[in-house]
Every structure is written in structure tokens, then in C-alpha cells.
Design a protein around this ligand. Structure first.
Ligand code: G3P
Ligand code: CA
Length: 232
């Protein structure tokens, strides 16, 4: 079972900043989950919310800022430090050559971000990390776009509800992994998914009781804001 840092190591550093990823590396994570969106001028940037308000000193939608404008904001405010919003490329520079599992969540819920799939796959390919990457999304049309245009790229279907036979759904779409919230992880889900060759990667597991639950179920990957609590 692998332990991935969520948005870097978001429990102890400003989420999705290079500080957060550096901290996760220091903790010895097996990899990272992080969120990608597009700036107004088409740069792939690492940010969870569609707005910058919660995590920076700015106000507005990520999609309405140029990269230069996003770079001028402070994404470390909640931790009392100065931190830039990183581009996907900057993150890949930090992580290149390391045997990490990378889970790229494409945030195409509120906005389509046309072209984001091609850009993400191109960058993963340029940095030679495609084989160690899983591209996931709550927007399953985006996952299907990856499956259809980039066969061979590993994909994950994010969800947070009690689906009926999600392993059948994943197989029908051609996705490799299910990414359920931990509340919907059961031993039966893992058993049935594995029987069909589908991995089960769960989030966001921060408490020991939740970790016990998903470990007992036999999941493949656990994503945590506090990976240091579980890495020995
Ligand atoms: O990818 C796992 C998890 O990050 C999905 O939820 O809202 O934290 O992006 P969210
Ligand atoms: Ca995410």
C-alpha cells in the first residue's frame, strides 16, 4: 500500500505549494496527489479551489488571472509565509527522477478548461513520468477524454457516494482505478475491483481510525494531508 501526500503535505504546509511538496518529500511519501487548472493565458497551475480566495491574499477565479498575476499572489498566507502558486512544470522539475506515484487531479468541474488534458499529458510525457502517473477527475468526461486520446495512461474515477458496482462502471469506461472517498471503501469494493483488475485509491485519510478502516479493506493507495502520521 502506498501513502501519498494530499496537495503536497497540506496538513503542515500551504497546500499545493512547493513548500508543501518539499515537506512531503522530507516525510518520505510514496507520491503526491495535487490539483491542476489553467490560468487565463493557458498555463497549467497547481491549485485546488477554482477561486484563489481561500488559499491566497487575492480574490477571484484562477481562470481570470494570467500566470504573472497568479505569481504575484501569496499562497502562503494561511501559514504566515510567502509562497507562490506553482506551475505544473515547476512541480515536475522538483519531482523529476524520483520514484514517486503522481496523482494529477484535473479540476474540470466548474469550468471545462479546454486543452487541459493535452497539456497535462504532454508535460507528464516531457518529464518522463507518465508510467508513474494516474490522471483522475470528478468530471468523468475528462477521464474518458484521457482514455480515448491517450490509451495506456493510467486513469482514476473520483467519487464520493455509495455507487452500485462501481467496478463495472470503471471497466465499462476503461478506467484503471476507482478513487472513492474513504467513507465508501469496503472490503467488498476492494475485492470486486481487484477481481476485475481495477485499483482502489482512497482519500482523504487523516485519522488513525479511518486509516485502519481502509487498510483492513485492502486499498492500494491512501491519500493523506498528514502522511507523516502513517509513514514508518
Ligand atoms: O483526489 C483526491 C481528493 O483530493 C479529491 O477531493 O476536493 O480534495 O480535490 P479534493
Ligand atoms: Ca484533489
Amino acid at each position: 500500500m502506498k501513502i501519498l501526500g494530499h496537495r503536497g503535505a497540506a496538513g503542515t504546509a500551504p497546500e499545493n505549494t512547493l513548500f508543501s511538496f518539499a515537506k512531503g518529500l522530507a516525510y518520505g511519501v510514496d507520491g503526491f496527489e495535487f490539483d491542476v487548472q489553467l490560468s487565463r493565458d493557458g498555463a497549467v497551475v497547481i491549485c485546488h479551489d477554482e477561486r484563489v480566495d481561500r488559499t491566497s491574499d487575492g480574490v477571484g477565479w484562477v481562470k481570470d488571472f494570467t500566470l504573472k498575476e497568479l505569481k504575484a499572489l501569496n499562497f502562503g498566507v494561511r501559514f504566515g509565509i510567502q509562497a507562490e502558486l506553482p506551475t505544473f512544470e515547476e512541480l515536475l522539475e522538483l519531482l523529476k527522477g524520483k520514484p514517486l506515484l503522481l496523482n494529477v487531479e484535473i479540476k474540470t468541474g466548474l469550468f471545462d478548461y479546454p486543452g487541459i488534458v493535452d497539456k497535462v499529458i504532454q508535460l507528464l510525457s516531457t518529464y518522463q513520468v507518465l508510467p508513474q502517473s494516474i490522471v483522475s477527475s470528478f468530471e468523468h468526461k475528462t477521464v474518458v477524454e484521457v482514455i480515448q486520446h491517450f490509451p495506456g495512461v493510467q486513469t482514476g474515477l473520483l467519487y464520493a457516494s455509495g455507487l452500485i458496482n462501481p467496478w463495472d462502471y470503471a471497466q465499462r469506461l476503461g478506467a484503471n482505478h476507482l478513487h472513492p472517498h474513504f467513507a465508501f471503501v469496503t472490503p467488498d469494493l476492494v475485492r470486486q475491483s481487484h477481481a476485475q483488475g481495477i485499483g482502489v485509491n482512497t482519500w482523504t485519510v487523516d485519522e488513525p481510525w479511518a486509516m485502519e478502516r481502509v487498510v483492513q479493506a485492502g486499498v492500494d493507495v491512501v491519500i493523506s494531508n498528514f502522511p507523516e502520521r502513517f509513514i514508518r
